[in-house]
Design a binder for this molecule. Structure first.
Ligand code: NAD
Length: 334
């Protein structure tokens, strides 16, 4: 099938081309994101392949459909950027990669925890400048600390397994209990109990209307003073302004995030020569106890390989008229 691949970076081209045999699909790589202005690039392509920041809204879908596109292939799990109802109305099929890197994301969350705790991000800079003072780098033992995991699906469970290895106690909250987490000794509690008793809170639930701004001014009041808050899930789980107030007051002792509510304006691009206009984001970067990465938790060689494999399996299913287990329809939550 002829596929227009949007938001292409060098690593996408490398991993997609490596899996795609020359006789399989005709891939044409475009660097711009897909949106209503760039949809014209896909004219005559039966399929488009997109990532997390492409804007697959109703108008973009109409423009795609009017020029022959019938398939949207997401090379990611989240689909909050796709208007599924509009796609259904236009007869466009949408497929995704539901899981590609649960170990990678959980391990990245652990990386944020260890770096923030032992202040490795600060120590790295000090040593490079010949400053070998350890004043201000005091950490704490993870052993016997309590980790609160919100969302105990694939990634939350793996985080629980890793933190159990450090000798941590596990508290959990989810709309469904995961018996594997309970088998680890994890205890399901309501959110106020998790907030009040966790030394580290890590978010691993999807972004939905229920979880939007789960961490806000009111919930921060319930949190144990000095907590470490980790978010590798979706930026809008956190009300960033409220978290900044929590950091200023000391209620939040550490913040590690791989995602940010307004990240589509920033992440995945080199803006090092530009003036960042987002004052909230810029304020976050000034705290010594805040560590931000730019949506790289998934970014392992294994994940890119899995994404490419599943993407082509999805295209093959649709092309051959088979039912595709990774097709998504309008009624599912984002
Ligand atoms: P998953 O579907 O396996 O698990 C999500 C869990 O959240 C489920 O157990 C579900 O029951 C639970 N949940 C749903 N609504 C909830 C609510 N209101 N409160 C508490 N829990 C709720 O998903 P996963 O593979 O573990 O991924 C988790 C999240 O990680 C994804 O939603 C995605 O946003 C994010 N993610 C981030 C990256 C990255 O690179 N930073 C990569 C992949 C996924």
């Amino acid at each position: 099938m002829k596929v227009a691949v949007f938001s292409t970076k060098a690593y996408d081209r490398q991993f997609l081309s490596a899996i795609n045999s020359p006789t399989q699909h005709e891939l044409v790589f475009f660097e711009p994101r897909l949106n209503r202005d760039t949809a014209i690039l896909a004219a005559g392509f039966p399929a488009v392949c997109v990532f997390v920041h492409d804007q697959v809204d109703a108008l973009t879908l109409e423009l795609l459909a009017s020029r022959g596109t019938r398939l949207v292939v997401l090379r990611c799990a989240g689909f909050n950027n796709v208007d599924l109802q509009a796609a259904a109305d236009l007869g466009i099929t949408v497929v995704r990669v539901p899981a590609y890197s649960p170990y990678g994301v959980a391990e990245h969350a652990v990386g944020l925890i260890l770096s923030l705790n032992r202040k490795i991000h600060r120590a790295y800079n000090r040593v490079r400048e010949g400053n070998f003072s350890i004043d201000g780098l005091l950490g704490f033992n993870l052993h016997e600390r309590t980790v609160g995991i919100i969302g105990t699906g694939k990634i939350g469970l793996i985080l629980g397994q890793i933190m159990k290895g450090f000798g941590c106690h596990l508290l959990a909250y989810d709309v469904y209990r995961n018996p594997e987490l309970e088998a680890l000794g994890g205890k399901y509690v309501e959110l106020p109990e998790l907030f009040a008793n966790s030394d580290i809170i890590s978010l691993h639930c999807p972004l939905t209307t229920e979880t939007h701004h789960l961490i806000n001014t009111e919930t921060i009041k319930q949190i144990k003073a000095g907590v470490m808050l980790i978010n590798t899930s979706r930026g809008a789980l956190i009300d960033t302004q409220a978290v900044i107030e929590g950091l200023k007051s000391g209620k939040i002792g550490y913040l590690g995030v791989d995602v940010y509510e307004q990240e589509s304006e920033l992440f995945f691009e080199d803006l090092s020569g530009e003036i960042i206009q987002d004052d909230i984001f810029q304020r976050l970067t000034t705290f010594p106890n805040v560590l931000i990465t730019g949506h790289q938790a998934f970014f392992t060689a294994e994940a890119l390989h899995n994404i490419a494999e599943t993407t082509f399996a999805n295209i093959a299913d649709i092309e051959k008229g088979r039912s595709c287990p990774n097709e998504i329809r309008a009624q599912l939550p984002v």
